[in-house]
Design a protein around this ligand. Structure first.
Ligand code: GUN
Ligand code: FE
Length: 415
């Protein structure tokens, strides 16, 4: 079935490009983008049109790193560096997800908040709990949020949240057996090297290879963490090699942060096809540092953005995009590396993330539509008529849920 959306089309098909089609038409066939046009081709003249008038129709957001069981601690407890923050606040909060009724309530709200904020694809950490993880996947699917969720593995130095090694492996298998979702798929999730024994890392690496499963974890976020990994793995010259040793460093592995990744670590990422997920708000909140995003891109590393809830305090990806621009400006002040422009940062927070899941470049034909429609008419009245590029910039900086008029995920309107 053909459906047509009419409005101002804006997309960033590659890093640094922004294309605008004023008063354009986006033609969908069964939810799949058939094409985008400045005027409607004759052949579609009789098809129904959803008219968004002066609204901005743009690819939706993709959040490639967040922790669902940290949603209850959003906006709290960011006065400690990473390892103390984990011990003092995080592991305790996550332990609460033993309670499946509580998990259902929190995860339903999170799923609703994500989709209404325009985030339609995620790569998400759950807690160690199998049942709560399945509830999370179910709630995301119901809301129309797609992507990957991982039951977290942690059998060392994780306080209340710690598992026994055997249990961690058997619960991972039980979780995988029960993942029967269309839109939300499993991703193996060793929390990070300090919270996994060698035996657990080896078992997960084997499972990743046997079942061809993707992997997500954390890398080079904080100086104390990096020193700890050096003590735990004296045979590894760098942090990333503790993942490589166990088969977890592979094509499409997602590594959050990479704040302190030097050129050797970055080259290893580019070579293996490992993705860096930049989480600017979290890196500033926990005083971890500012990641070398421009350098990563120039080294040929795939980069996407993450909210890193709840080290990060903003779920809305436009705020995460803005934070990545601000962090890059601080980086420019420190090192001279050019800051991220708004189209560049928007690309990282939308299309870059979508392509991780096989999505198209912007509104590329042949891919299911993931899009938001923004009504910016209630923003401050400008002194003159703005160009679409200006309206785009302003929307990224200023919009919130109230301005999101519609959300499409996997070709279906969800909001
Ligand atoms: N490293 C290991 N676990 C975590 C976490 O929950 N948040 C962040 N920011 N870093 C981590
Ligand atoms: Fe994280």
């Amino acid at each position: 079935m053909i459906t047509i959306l009419h409005g101002n089309l804006i997309h960033a098909p590659s890093f640094g490009t922004l294309e605008t089609i004023p008063n354009g038409y986006l033609v969908l066939e069964d939810g799949i983008v058939q094409g985008i046009y400045p005027t409607l081709p004759e052949q579609f003249a009789a098809c129904p049109v959803t008219d968004y008038g002066g609204g901005l129709i743009m690819p939706s957001f993709a959040d490639l790193h967040l922790h669902a069981p940290q949603y209850p601690m959003l906006g709290m407890g960011m006065d400690l560096p990473l390892l103390d923050w984990l011990d003092t606040y995080t592991f305790r909060t996550e332990a609460r997800f033993e309670d499946t009724d509580y998990a259902r309530r929190v995860y339903r709200q999170l799923a609703e908040d994500l989709i209404t904020s325009g985030t339609t694809r995620v790569a998400m950490f759950s807690s160690r709990h199998t049942d709560a993880t399945l509830i999370l996947m179910e709630e995301l699917e119901k809301a129309g949020v797609t992507g990957y969720v991982g039951k977290v593995n942690m059998d060392r130095s994780a306080g209340l949240s710690q598992e026994k090694t055997e249990e961690s492996i058997s619960e991972t298998l039980r979780w995988l057996e029960n993942c029967h979702f269309d839109l939300v798929k499993p991703i193996l999730t060793p929390r990070f090297t300090p919270s996994c024994t060698n035996e657990l890392m080896a078992a997960l690496g084997k499972l990743a290879a046997e079942r061809d499963l993707p992997v997500q974890s954390h890398l080079s976020e904080n100086a104390g963490e990096i020193a700890l990994v050096g003590q735990l793995h004296p045979d590894c010259p760098q942090y990333w090699e503790s993942y490589e040793k166990y088969g977890l460093w592979k094509d499409r592995t997602l590594m959050a942060h990479c704040v302190h990744s030097d050129s050797r670590e970055q080259a290893a990422m580019a070579k293996a096809g490992v993705w860096a997920v930049h989480c600017a708000a979290s890196n500033v909140n926990l005083c971890s540092g500012t990641a070398p995003v421009r350098e990563l891109v120039e080294h040929g590393v795939h980069v996407a953005l993450g909210s890193d809830i709840a080290g990060g305090d903003q779920l809305a990806m436009n705020k995460v995009i803005v934070m990545s621009i601000r962090a890059s400006k601080i980086k420019q002040i420190e090192t001279g590396a050019p800051f991220l422009t708004v189209p560049e940062a928007y690309y990282l927070g939308s299309t870059a993330g979508h392509t991780y899941f096989g999505g198209g470049a912007g509104f590329q034909s042949g891919h299911k539509l993931h899009a938001i429609v923004i009504d910016d008419s209630s923003l401050p009245e400008p002194t003159r008529e703005l160009t679409l590029d200006e309206r785009f910039e302003r929307a990224i900086y200023l919009m919130d849920k109230r301005h999101i008029q519609a959300v499409y995920s996997e070709g279906v309107r969800r909001v």
